[in-house]
Design a protein around this ligand. Structure first.
Ligand SMILES: Nc1nc2c(ncn2[C@@H]2O[C@H](COP(=O)(O)OP(=O)(O)OP(=O)(O)O)[C@@H](O)[C@H]2O)c(=O)[nH]1
Ligand SMILES: [Mg+2]
Length: 231
């Protein structure tokens, strides 16, 4: 999907209060360390090294933001978050990070959707469940939510079908999709869904007042000069 391929690096921050305010929909990629978050972002955006992916767990250590949108006009932001549950990290670092992450998920303004990545060979773990619990109030208020089961190439078709149905039950009606960066499985489906999250179709007559609230982001000061209607 062309929109996804427009992704470009926006900024990085070790702490929540260092993140710039964003006035377009933000979609966060969360999950255990090594689940495949950064690889998923690279696959969706068709850019090999936009997000840092690695065999070594704990590769992503900051919140990294990527801007999306054609003609340099940012209309959504993807956030790649460090993973949790990495055994080799010290207890204090783990707790510190879990706090940053929960604060991010609970309080980040503009957070529109969460993509929870999960290795289907592990299934949803205790930490994933804790995350789901933490965001439940926001999900009830309309925060979008998708569980992506990564590394589908490691499973047979019947294993995939089984884990899909189990995870759908656990997701309580939330969306669940199979994904493989290696086989490019599920790429279009996930991209399509994220597009819909960032561009919700409003029922007629409920358009927001045109008050020009959407200022261009710091990374795209030229945005206001460009005409988004020309492809
Ligand atoms: N076979 C296979 N391997 C994958 C897939 N997606 C990711 N991986 C591998 O899984 C490992 C971890 O991937 P990352 O994308 O760095 O994982 P992450 O969730 O960002 O990890 P942290 O940044 O540590 O939280 C890498 O060796 C990837 O190549 C996939 O779809 N199939
Ligand atoms: Mg990563």
């Amino acid at each position: 999907m062309g929109w996804m391929h427009t992704a470009r690096f926006l900024t990085t921050a070790a702490q929540l209060h260092h993140l710039p305010p964003i006035d377009v929909p933000e979609i966060a990629f969360v999950g255990r360390s090594n689940a495949g978050k950064s690889t998923c972002i690279n696959t969706l955006t068709q850019q090999k090294q936009l997000a840092f992916a690695s065999k070594k767990p704990g590769r992503t250590q900051h919140i990294n933001l990527f801007a999306l949108g054609k003609q340099g006009v940012t209309d959504a932001v993807l956030a790649d978050l460090p993973g949790y549950g990495y055994a080799a990290v010290s207890r204090s670092d783990k707790l510190r990070w879990q706090q940053v992450m929960v604060n991010y998920l609970v309080s980040r303004p503009g957070l529109t959707g969460i993509v929870l990545l999960c290795d289907p060979r592990l299934g949803l773990t205790e930490l994933d469940e804790a995350l789901l619990e933490a965001v439940r109030p926001r999900v009830e208020e309309g925060l979008k939510f998708l569980i992506v089961l990564t590394k589908a190439d490691k499973l047979t078709r019947s294993e995939q079908a089984k884990v899909l149905s189990i995870t759908r039950l656990q997701a309580g009606g939330g969306e669940v999709k199979m994904f493989s960066a290696l086989k490019k499985q599920g790429v279009d489906e996930v991209a399509q869904l994220l597009w819909q999250w960032a561009h919700p179709v409003r029922p007629q007559g409920t358009e927001p007042a045109a008050e020009g609230s959407a200022e261009p982001l710091p990374a795209s000061p030229q945005a206001a000069d460009e005409n988004p209607s020309t492809e």
